[in-house]
Design a protein around this ligand. Structure first.
Ligand code: FES
Ligand SMILES: [Fe+2]
Length: 382
């Protein structure tokens, strides 16, 4: 028999407190961050249908360059073809299913490590040893399964749902609102992976509120003063904070860095944007660079984090790039582990059988929005 919690896990009435306006709202119940059933529902209704961010196109600049990843249990190979086009393919051999490509690198074709079936960079089956006596075998029927992949300004997104609307619809007005950063002219200069012992929502919530900054980053980022970050109106599957400030937010106070991006306009020229592209991709867009936080949910309580750092091509071409970039990397290498650690600490407390829904402050509107966005997708009809 199911216990009461499991029975009502997807019933709208269970979440009446989360559905109230921010001032009166409760947080999501702790089981939303710990339950395998809730996580499976998120995978099925959110991650299997969303445009999921998987990194930058400049990671694979030349034909034959590829990288692999596993996203919510789906092995994927992302490869640039001879025609220069980046494709995502299901990384599962059409013979008996082995993963065909591993890690990252450059190749002319993918050879399955099990029985050597070989596939072209576009996924087409090229050869299959000893297949001659197999009746009615058509090579055209046994290519690697293509996955939907679309790009925006060098950012790659995959979608597992053949019926999903195009990426541009998902992104709404973000390309236009952040156009003056010229992300298409940026280069990713560093990519760093971490393994988090927390639910993906714990990490997104942390990135989307500045309430924790005076505590968690008290001796690091807290020293960057300025007014509170404020929630911005958005259209599409994203939301954002914007903060007005001087200087760059990607440096610690007292450090000097690169010239500002010359094309910045309006709010981008006066502060920093912190968008969340649903469900789980966060950008930091500041005056001289951008960084991203890419999450791959592994289970209810484990998440892979990838942090990418991007600078304008003109900045990367400077003689002092490597030396000066170290000051930016230092800032991320201090602040990101601070967020990682507090997220693991939060998950431990949320996992207690005595954990209960909490309340929110006026500084956490996006925590509330994320909870409601998730509920809109995972709950059963009323
Ligand atoms: S499983 Fe790939 S060749 Fe057999
Ligand atoms: Fe933080």
């Amino acid at each position: 028999m199911l216990d009461a919690v499991e029975q009502n896990m997807f019933a709208p009435m269970t979440y009446a407190g989360v559905r109230r306006p921010l001032e009166a709202a409760e947080t999501l119940p702790p089981f939303c961050y710990t339950s395998d059933a809730f996580f499976r529902r998120e995978v099925e209704r959110i991650f299997m249908k969303a445009w999921n961010f998987i990194g930058r196109e400049d990671r694979i600049p030349k034909p034959g360059d590829y990288f692999t990843l596993e996203f919510v249990g789906v092995p994927i190979v992302v490869v640039r073809g001879q025609d220069g086009v980046v494709r995502a393919l299901s990384n599962s051999c059409r013979h008996r299913g082995a993963v065909v490509a591993q890690g990252e690198g450059s190749c002319k074709a993918f050879r399955c490590p099990y029985h050597s079936w070989a596939y072209g960079l576009d996924g087409a089956l090229l050869s299959a040893p000893e297949i001659e006596q197999t009746r009615d075998f058509d090579f055209a029927d046994y290519g690697l399964v293509p996955l939907r992949l679309e790009t925006w300004a060098g950012f790659l997104f995959v979608n597992f749902d053949a019926a999903a609307a195009p990426l541009t619809e998902w992104l709404g007005d973000i390309p236009q609102r952040l156009a003056s950063y010229r992300f298409e002219d940026m280069v990713c200069t560093r990519r760093k992976e971490y393994r988090l012992a927390c639910n993906w929502k714990v990490y997104v919530e942390n990135a989307m509120e500045a309430y924790h900054v005076p505590t968690v980053h008290r001796s690091t980022l807290q020293r960057q003063k300025g007014p509170h970050a404020t929630k911005q109106p958005t259209r599409g599957e994203w939301m954002a904070l914007w903060k007005e400030h001087e200087g760059s937010r990607a440096l610690l106070v007292g450090d000097t860095g690169f010239p500002f991006i010359p094309t910045l306009q309006d709010q981008a020229a006066r502060g920093s944007w912190y968008p969340l592209i649903f469900p789980s991709t966060m950008f930091g867009c500041t005056r001289d660079c951008m960084w991203w936080l890419e999450l791959h949910p592994l289970s209810a309580h484990e998440t892979r984090l990838i942090v990418g750092s991007c600078f304008p091509r003109a900045t990367v071409a400077r003689n002092d790039f490597e030396e000066t970039a170290q000051r930016y990397y230092k800032r991320w290498d201090i602040s990101i582990p601070e967020d990682n650690e507090i997220s693991d600490i939060q998950q431990r407390g949320l996992s207690s059988p005595f954990a209960r829904p909490g309340r929110l402050t006026h500084l956490e509107p996006l925590v509330h929005d994320l909870a409601n966005w998730v509920l809109d997708r995972v709950l059963d009809a009323a």
